[in-house]
Each structure stands twice: as structure tokens, then as C-alpha cells.
Design a protein around this ligand. Structure first.
Ligand SMILES: Nc1ncnc2c1ncn2[C@@H]1O[C@H](COP(=O)(O)OP(=O)(O)OP(=O)(O)O)[C@@H](O)[C@H]1O
Length: 749
């Protein structure tokens, strides 16, 4: 009976339909797929071709429900829908499927459902008493574009007449729900005011098939990334499992899928706005790389990110994606931990305490006080030391005189450099004396150690080549194993915030070969000072850079407000060239963010508590409040507790507890997401900090970079929101809100 090798896949829109079905039906679908794979022709399944269709079949799921399947080849089937029996046979001519000529993907559309769910609700309203000011008949939304233009953009041809009939936003949003992915993206982009050519370039071109499409070849079509389907049994089971299964594990967007599976001739980078699935792509990429490894027990793949909390999150998501088998081949560490391990391995005696940036700046201040130096600013010196001296591995005064200080703001004279050098020497001596080290020092030391190790490996390789490829030239490393690169592949998340030394370390840790480094990150979200040019650090991503642009997290309304916060700033692509968020979009819709102006900070806190109380059932862990300072975080938490609302502060390593509203400074929200996001204290002088504004005249270059970082910080906080965003301030609003307030006046206090 089981001799057959049947492939059964599930189209992504069918899965959405299934998720809405009653639980017992889902169970029946699970049994069905099992039986179907064993033998599609078994009598109980009643598999039959539907009248008038050559590929579309129906099969029995239970007494009431039928699966509709496309037969792609003899034993290759694709579930396109699961419907109640009574809805299947009455409108057979309204079920359409085809291969999209632009993307080459398989698309299925049930025109009857579209008619009933999208167009019919807006049918003539019951006659109301005549109102004098009855608006004129509504204009079709897409009257400006011809049929040909729409199909050229990739709109499903069977939907073109429906598109022509749309007159309201509600109808459009309804259609997006039922339409194939690209149709929805194109229509929303046009509706949101994008130019035709921009939609063609930003929305359509990235998913267009590279080769000519044969619309009859469904087998070829199902293999294209544009056909969003489950591919494996596990994925299919997962998709049927329940309400909250991770769709991200199963259905990748065509642009995501391409990046995951591409073969790169060297280091590659993926950019893209917040919520576009960069982390998801990184996780799938890791899985893809592991699946191509020869069997073994080692961990040749490194997955790394900015901090401990994010690394823990990557671990749990990777586990969800591929289980222990996948985890067993992957090392997951955050970059600082990796650097520390490298240093401790080489210098086992080094047990110096590690201080963070704020403590280091305090040490600078103490040093300046003790020396009676009041001409220097501690923060400036700290940045100069980390970014120029440590950042470029400057080891002598002469080298420092020659060092490039690009992006450092004000110029320093030769005499000043001499002074800085001397102060930096005293500073490192001071750190040594009190037995502490900074993360910058650790990263730099790790980079040096790893670079030395890589040179030794290259040296061995050379000697081996000279010896005619003999394998008997070996050198042992410190741990007794033979010296080799630590990792075959490295995947980096949050790439925009790594220090130059981290990059040098990572470069030296991995075999320079195809698919060696894969970086994802968004420079618009850079909130620390580590601007880099990867090419100058030995990581050449030229020609291997791509971008994701569809947000899976944030609604169109939130996304628009968040972009507003970035203003006219310019951003880089991690490699010295410019990068923009052109094409950044969402197909999710929701409420426009609310702005709240209050008289003072105490009123703000009360208003926040009242707002959260008004949300009733929303789980508190799904609500977050981002504020400018730690003190403000504590104060908001206090007020919430006074109102009986549990509050949880987020520390450097993540939330400090299990339940309650998450509260933290904006920095803490990197990489996280919440159903409802509140940003409070967005007041002039706090966002950005007053000190930043004061530099406008004293150090304009530094003022510019700090303003940009401050904008990015607010941008990161705003784009954590899934469904709703509320922004609060007291007194004068932050200058970053100026444009937003013009289009969206604040809610009255
Ligand atoms: N193909 C997909 N299907 C379903 N959900 C997805 C998909 N891709 C991403 N998501 C969801 O979108 C959200 C954002 O994804 P992710 O965190 O990977 O984005 P990101 O680009 O790394 O964001 P950020 O830059 O803000 O950190 C997550 O909830 C993720 O599960």
C-alpha cells in the first residue's frame, strides 16, 4: 500500500484558511494528509477531478469538509484550499489557478469567496432617508492603471476585474486577505501613493522570475520561491498544528527564501527595515548551511549577535526551527562573549573585572580630575581611545599621529594628539592598576589573537602546498587540536552595531571561502557608535548585498510614523556606500499611532496607567514602555504598580522576571517586539539628550552623528510595535516629532 512516494504540499493561503477552521476539522486534516500520502486513491478519500478543470481535484477530509488539490505531476499534490462541501461544487467555474507570468509562482483564487467577502459587503446599503449631502458615487480606487499595467506588476489576472471594482479601503484590505501575496503588496503600494515605476522596481522586480515563465509548467512553478508552500512533512504538520504555530518557520517570502538558499562566492550582507525578517532569514540560513555540512559532531557554524539577551532569543528560535539536531551543529554566542572566551583561552590568568562604557567614562573623569585637567571632555577622550586608538589598533604615538579620524567630528592638532596619546596611556595604566578592562579592549585583544592564529593557519597551508599538498604538515593549537579555522560559516545578526574589532575577530575565525560570512542588520537602527567600513576590515561584501523590504511586524500606519522620525538623515550600507529604506512597506493595517501631550512627567505616568487599564484583556507581557532614562523607567514602573499593574524592568540581559508590562530605556528594545508599544518622555531635552543639542555649535560634526543616533533610537523603539503605538511627552515635544505632529495632532490630555 505504501509503495507510493507521494509529495503533498500546502499553499500558504490555504494554511490561513485552515487556521480559521474549528479544531476537530484541523485534526481531520492532519489525518487526511497522512492517509493521502499513504495512498491518494484509497476509496475513503474519494479523490476526483473537478468538472471543467484539468488539474484541480477534491478529496474528502471528513463528512463535511473537502480539500482542494492541484495535481502538479503524477504523485505531486498541492493543497490550495479546504472548504465546506456545500461551497465546493456550486461554483466550480469560480475557482481559478494559474502560474503567475511575472513571478512564475502558483496562484489560486476563489472568486466566489472574493465576491462574497470583499465586494458584496459594500453592495448598496439599505435605503436610508435621503440625506442632502449624500456623497457622490465613489470612484474606483485603481482607475488610473490599465489592466495591462496591473498584470505587468504581477496582479493575478483573475483578480483584475475585481480590482477595477474596488471603491473603498475596507474592500481593498479585504481583498489583500484573500489575494495572492504579490497582488496584495502591489495594490497596497499603489494605494499608499507609490509611483508605478517604483512599485515595479521595489515590489515586483525582486520577486520576478529570472527566466521566462512557462505558464503550463506547474512542476517548475512549485519549486520557485514565489510559490509559498510548506516543503517538508514536519513543516506541513507544524502548519496544521494550532493557532500560534510559527508561520515564520514554514512560509518564507520569496525574497527571504532566495537569500536563505543562495550560494555566495564570499561574505554576504542582508539589509532591510525593522521587522522585515532579517533575523528569520539568519535563522533559516543557519539551518540551510547546517543541512549542507558533512555529518559530524563538531559545531562548524557560528550564529552571533550583539548581546546576551538576543543570543538567548536566537537559541530558542533556532531550537524551534530545527530542534536539537540543528542546535548540535551550531555555536550560539554574543560577540563580546566570543571575544572574552578567545582572550581567556590565550591568557588564562587574565581575570580582570570588566567595566561597561559608563563606568569607563567615569574612570576617565576621575583621571582628569586627579590630573587637574579641565580642558578635555571625558566622553570625547573615551570615544577617541575606543574608536581611533583601539579601533585601528594604534600601538605607538607615531602611528596615532598618522591615524585616520574619519567620522570623529572636530579636528585635533598635532599638539593635542600628543596630549591625547599621553592621557590614553595613563588611562590604560590606570585600568591595569585597578584590575579592570573594557569590552573594547577585550574585543581588540581577541581580534589580534585571532588574526595571529589565522596567519599561522595560512602559513601552514602555504607550507603544505610547497610540500606538494602533503597532509603531514601539522601544527597544534593551544587546546591540543590541529590548528584550523574555528568556523566554516558565520552568521551575524544586528550587524550594524558590532565594533570594528569584532569584525576583525570574526573574519579571522572563519575559513575564507564561499558562504563564509552572512550578515544581517539595518544601519537605520544603529544605536551605538560603531560605524564601520567592512571592506577596510577584510570583509568584502561588494556585489553580495541585498535588502528585504516587506515588514511582517508593523502596520503601514506605524511604519509611516516611524519613518517620519528618521527625517532626512543619510545612512550607510556598512561598507561606505549609501543605503535607503526605499520600498520599505507592510501589508498589515491598523490604527494610526496616537500622540499624547501632557503637562508634566507625573501626568504622563498617570495617563499611561489609564491607557493600559483601558486595554483590559491584552496580556501585560505584550505591552512595553520605552523611556529615555533608567530613572524614568523606575518611575513609570512605580506608578504602574500603584495602579495594581505588574511592571517588569528590562535589564542589560533582558526582562528581569516573567510577568508584567515590560519597561526599559529605548536601548533595551533592540531586536524585541510587542503587540502594544508605548514610548514615553519624548520631550525636548530628553530625546535627544540636552547635551547633544548643545554641541550644535561647539562640535557640529559630532552633533550630527549624535542626532542621527538619537533618531535611530526612537525609530527602533517605534518599530517594536505590532498593532499599536502610543507616544507621550510633557512640555515641549522632541524635535523628532515635529513632522509627525503636523500630520497627526496630539490627543487632548
Ligand atoms: N516569512 C515570515 N512569515 C511569518 N512571519 C514572519 C516572516 N518573516 C518574519 N516574520 C515575523 O516578523 C517579525 C519580525 O521578524 P524579524 O525579527 O526577523 O525581523 P528583523 O528584520 O530582524 O527586525 P528588526 O530589524 O526590527 O530586529 C517576527 O515576529 C517574525 O516572526
Amino acid at each position: 500500500m505504501t509503495g507510493k512516494n507521494v509529495t503533498l504540499r500546502l499553499l500558504d493561503k490555504a494554511d490561513r484558511e485552515i487556521l480559521k477552521l474549528p479544531r476537530p476539522v484541523k485534526g481531520a486534516i492532519y489525518d487526511f494528509q497522512h492517509k493521502f500520502k499513504t495512498n491518494p486513491d484509497s476509496a475513503g478519500l474519494r479523490l476526483k477531478r473537478l468538472q471543467g478543470h484539468d488539474k484541480l481535484h477534491s478529496a474528502r477530509v471528513n463528512d463535511e469538509y473537502r480539500a482542494l488539490l492541484l495535481r502538479l505531476a503524477d504523485d505531486d499534490w498541492l493543497i490550495v484550499s479546504v472548504k465546506h462541501r456545500k461551497d465546493v461544487y456550486t461554483h466550480l467555474d469560480r475557482l481559478t489557478y494559474s502560474v503567475n507570468r511575472v513571478t512564475g509562482g502558483i496562484e489560486y483564487v476563489d472568486l466566489q469567496v472574493v465576491q462574497e467577502e470583499v465586494l458584496a459587503p459594500a453592495a448598496p446599503r439599505p435605503a436610508a432617508p435621503a440625506e442632502p449631502a449624500e456623497p457622490a458615487a465613489r470612484q474606483p480606487l485603481f482607475a488610473n492603471w490599465s489592466e495591462q499595467q496591473l498584470t505587468d506588476l504581477g496582479v493575478a489576472p483573475s483578480l483584475v476585474p475585481v480590482v477595477a471594482a474596488l471603491t473603498t479601503e475596507d474592500q481593498l484590505l479585504g481583498l489583500v486577505e484573500y489575494a495572492p501575496q504579490l497582488t496584495g503588496e502591489v495594490l497596497l503600494a499603489l494605494y499608499d501613493g507609490k509611483e508605478y515605476d517604483d512599485v515595479l522596481e521595489q515590489v515586483t522586480a525582486p520577486v520576478a522570475a529570472p527566466d521566462p515563465v512557462d505558464p503550463e509548467d506547474f512542476r517548475a512553478a512549485v519549486e520557485r520561491p514565489a510559490t509559498i508552500v510548506t516543503t517538508t512533512d514536519d513543516a506541513l504538520r507544524e502548519a496544521l498544528e494550532g493557532e500560534d504555530f510559527g508561520r515564520w518557520k514554514v512560509f518564507l517570502h520569496p525574497t527571504q527564501a532566495k537569500l536563505v538558499t543562495r550560494d555566495y562566492s564570499g561574505p554576504a550582507r542582508v539589509g532591510g527595515g525593522p521587522g522585515t525578517g532579517k533575523t528569520i532569514v539568519a535563522l533559516h540560513r543557519v539551518k540551510h548551511l547546517v543541512e549542507r555540512l558533512p555529518a559530524g559532531r563538531t559545531k562548524p557554524v557560528l550564529l552571533t549577535t550583539y548581546n546576551k539577551n538576543l543570543a538567548a532569543d536566537l537559541r530558542s528560535r533556532l531550537l524551534a526551527l530545527g530542534g536539537e539536531t540543528l542546535l548540535s551543529r551550531v555555536e550560539i554566542s554574543h560577540v563580546d562573549q566570543l571575544a572574552l572566551r578567545t582572550v581567556r583561552e590565550a591568557e588564562p590568568g587574565n581575570r580582570k573585572r570588566i567595566v561597561d562604557e559608563a563606568q569607563a567614562v567615569r574612570e576617565w573623569r576621575s583621571l582628569l580630575d586627579e590630573l587637574g585637567e579641565d580642558g578635555w571632555d571625558a566622553e570625547f577622550l573615551h570615544d577617541e581611545w575606543t574608536q581611533v586608538i583601539l579601533g585601528q589598533a594604534v600601538t605607538s604615538r607615531t602611528d596615532y599621529f598618522r591615524a585616520r579620524r574619519a567620522g570623529r567630528g572636530r579636528t585635533v592638532s598635532r599638539a593635542e594628539r600628543a596630549e591625547i596619546w599621553q592621557l590614553a596611556e595613563r588611562f590604560t595604566q590606570r585600568l591595569d592598576r585597578i584590575g579592570v578592562q573594557t569590552w573594547d579592549q577585550i574585543a581588540e585583544r581577541a581580534a589580534q589573537l585571532e588574526a595571529a592564529r589565522a596567519r599561522r593557519i595560512q602559513d601552514i597551508d602555504r607550507r603544505r602546498e610547497e610540500a606538494g599538498g602533503l597532509e603531514n604538515v601539522h601544527v597544534a593549537d593551544g587546546s591540543g587540536g590541529w590548528l584550523r579555522y574555528r568556523y566554516r560559516h558565520i552568521v551575524v545578526d544586528e550587524a550594524q552595531d558590532l565594533r570594528p574589532a569584532h569584525w576583525k575577530m570574526l573574519r579571522a575565525m572563519t575559513t575564507p571561502d564561499r558562504n563564509d560570512l552572512f550578515l544581517v542588520g539595518d544601519t537605520h537602527q544603529r544605536i551605538y557608535k560603531n560605524q564601520v567600513t567592512l571592506g577596510s576590515l577584510g570583509i568584502n561584501i561588494r556585489g553580495r548585498s541585498s535588502k528585504l523590504s516587506l515588514s511582517y511586524r508593523t502596520t503601514r500606519q506605524i511604519l509611516r510614523s516611524a519613518l517620519n522620525v528618521l527625517g532626512e538623515e543619510k545612512y550607510d550600507d556598512l561598507d561606505g556606500s549609501a543605503e535607503t529604506l526605499a520600498g520599505y512597506r507592510s501589508v498589515l493595517s491598523g490604527a494610526v499611532p496616537d500622540l499624547h501631550r501632557l503637562a508634566d512627567w507625573a501626568d504622563e505616568r498617570e495617563a499611561i496607567a489609564a491607557l493600559i487599564e483601558s486595554w483590559g484583556e491584552v496580556p501585560h507581557e505584550q505591552i512595553a514602555i520605552a523611556v529615555p532614562t533608567n530613572d524614568m523607567a523606575r518611575e513609570v514602573a512605580y506608578t504602574l504598580r500603584e495602579h495594581g499593574i505588574m511592571a517588569l524592568e528590562i535589564g542589560p540581559d533582558g526582562p528581569l522576571g516573567d510577568s508584567g508590562v515590560h519597561i526599559g530605556t529605548m536601548f533595551r528594545f533592540k531586536g524585541l517586539e510587542y503587540q502594544r508599544m508605548i514610548i514615553a518622555g519624548v520631550t525636548d531635552g530628553l530625546v535627544p539628550r540636552a547635551g547633544v543639542q548643545q554641541r550644535r555649535t561647539t562640535d557640529p560634526a559630532r552633533h550630527r552623528t549624535e542626532m542621527q543616533r538619537a533618531r535611530s533610537l526612537l525609530f527602533v523603539a517605534a518599530t517594536r510595535a505590532r498593532d499599536s503605538l502610543d507616544v507621550f511627552w510633557h512640555g515641549e515635544p522632541s524635535p523628532f516629532l515635529k513632522e509627525l505632529i503636523k500630520v497627526r495632532p496630539p490627543v487632548a490630555a
